[in-house]
Design a binder for this molecule. Structure first.
Ligand code: A4P
Ligand code: MG
Length: 185
């Protein structure tokens, strides 16, 4: 499915007049600078955006870097939002927020001030060059699943219909290093 087709009635550039809000899971990650500060600023900027509402946030976890390029520890969290924005418009918004908070794109998977990934866009399955949803590495990253289970416990896996939280390995625990003002767990 194309990224635009995933959002009925939505255009590439934004929101159609009849667009109904969709629940979306965003993953926030930071491994450079004031990591907790960057996540808090990102959440505040998302909250202030007129086209989206924060539904619920996970706590903030300290995680070991995966993938071999990043060297520093990450802070990771997941935010559930509700938005009428089309998937690519939402990706544009996330990337402009990353730039505003000082991210410079170097190598893929390198240390970064802020990374915002779209983990889920409702139950849409999107496989385009610019956007893949559900996120390609959602199922293999325990910290994504742990954060998602807090922010959106019933988030459905579009292929199985089961909640993603059902895949969460019970053995893995990451240190909690912070909460957002609107965290509910
Ligand atoms: N893109 C495709 N699908 C998506 C999506 N669902 N959400 C494209 C966001 N972007 C998506 O991303 C590269 C391109 O992916 C974008 O231009 C977009 O069109 P990027 O943010 O520029 O680069 P990146 O983040 O380095 O690459 P990528 O592939 O998003 O990597 P990941 O999965 O974000 O991995 N270890 C820990 N502990 N915690 C982390 O958060 N993150 C990474 C990066 C590595 N190790 C980590 C963590
Ligand atoms: Mg990314």
């Amino acid at each position: 499915m194309s990224a635009d087709a995933a959002r009925p009635g939505a255009s590439r550039s934004g929101t159609a007049p009849d667009a109904r809000p969709v629940d979306v899971a965003l993953a926030l990650g930071a491994s450079l600078g004031d990591r907790a500060g960057s996540l808090q600023l990102a959440l505040r900027a998302l909250d202030a955006h007129p086209a989206l509402a924060i539904v619920r946030c996970s706590r903030i976890y300290a995680t070991q870097p995966v993938g071999g390029v990043a060297h520093q520890g990450f802070l990771n969290a997941v935010v559930r939002i509700r938005t009428p924005l089309a998937p690519l418009a939402l990706l544009d918004l996330c990337q402009s927020l990353e730039r505003r908070l000082g991210r410079r794109r170097a190598r893929s998977w390198a240390d970064r001030v802020l990374d915002i990934d779209i983990l889920l866009y409702g139950t849409a399955v999107i496989a385009t060059e610019r956007l893949r949803v559900p996120h390609a590495r959602l199922a293999e990253r325990d910290f994504f699943l742990a954060c998602l289970a807090e922010a959106w416990p019933e988030a459905p896996n579009p292929w199985t219909g089961l909640p993603w939280a059902a895949r969460l390995p019970a053995s893995r625990a990451y240190p909690v290093v912070g909460v957002f003002p609107m965290s509910t767990p």
